[in-house]
Design a protein around this ligand. Structure first.
Ligand code: GLC
Ligand code: MG
Length: 243
């Protein structure tokens, strides 16, 4: 009933996603068509334009900015009730202060990658100790955060109720769709939270980052042989959505 897919490295990449995904998805009978959600680190605005440019089908929802915004595409607006859940335990100024005091060599990402509920940094080849140090330093000042690290480079610090998985879970509950009726697809660290939702059916594409393989190797997910969009289509076939 619901398909939540990452974009970069998953539906978008070197392959010509344009033809392939659009064709298969729109070829489905309307009555069998799951709701489509792009679940991405990009902003909602950027997602809409990149989807159009790459001829990806119009989504029903966009979970944007690493699970800090849920956008209802048919209504053309954010679901504010979700945004309101994010303030609990969160203080952006404190997060920034803590990060500035840590000397890990991190650099802030540009302004359009930041929002009220997302503090994003570049930090190359971080190890577990560094991530724990960040976690502990935030705990010490009473900030309840999710730390998301992807591709050995991108570091996102998010409120405890934000990330791709929490946002998806919130949306599914609102739509009264079970996790068992949901397929997720992804390729990197910021996707792991989607795969960790109990009951979801997962597709990991062949070009996935080691951090996603590590977490999903013990989970009942489909590890595709195909890369990017071809891996997604393979998984959708495996789960019987596509023929
Ligand atoms: C996207 C976002 C960036 C984030 C990364 C990983 O590239 O623009 O801010 O750090 O995804 O989640
Ligand atoms: Mg990705």
């Amino acid at each position: 009933r619901f398909f939540s897919s990452d974009l970069d490295g998953t539906l978008l990449g070197k392959s010509d996603s344009c033809e392939v995904f659009h064709h298969s998805w729109n070829g489905l009978e309307k009555s069998r068509l799951p709701l489509l959600c792009y679940n991405t680190g990009r902003t909602v605005e950027d997602t809409l334009s990149v989807a159009k440019k790459n001829c990806l089908p119009e989504p029903d929802f966009i979970i944007g900015e690493v699970g800090t915004r849920i956008y209802n595409a048919k209504e053309g607006r954010d679901i504010e009730e979700f945004t309101r859940t994010l303030s609990e335990g969160w203080d952006l100024n404190l997060v920034e202060e803590v990060m500035q005091e840590l000397n890990l060599g991190q650099e802030p990402q540009p302004g359009n990658s930041q929002n009220e509920f997302k503090s994003s940094w570049y930090l190359d080849n971080a190890n577990l100790e560094q991530i724990s140090l960040i976690r502990m330093s935030l705990e010490e000042v009473g900030v309840e955060a999710n730390i998301v690290y992807s591709c050995l480079r991108y570091l996102d610090i998010l409120p405890k109720r934000a990330n791709k998985g929490h946002a998806l879970f919130w949306l599914l509950a609102r739509l009264q769709i079970k996790t068992e009726e949901t397929i997720v697809a992804g390729d990197s660290g910021n996707d792991t939270a989607m795969f960790l939702l109990r009951g979801v059916k997962g597709i990991v594409v062949a070009n996935a980052q080691p951090e996603l393989y590590e977490i999903t190797s013990h989970l009942p997910v489909y590890h595709a042989e195909g890369k990017e969009v071809y891996g997604v289509l393979e998984g959708l076939e495996y789960y019987g959505v596509l023929k």
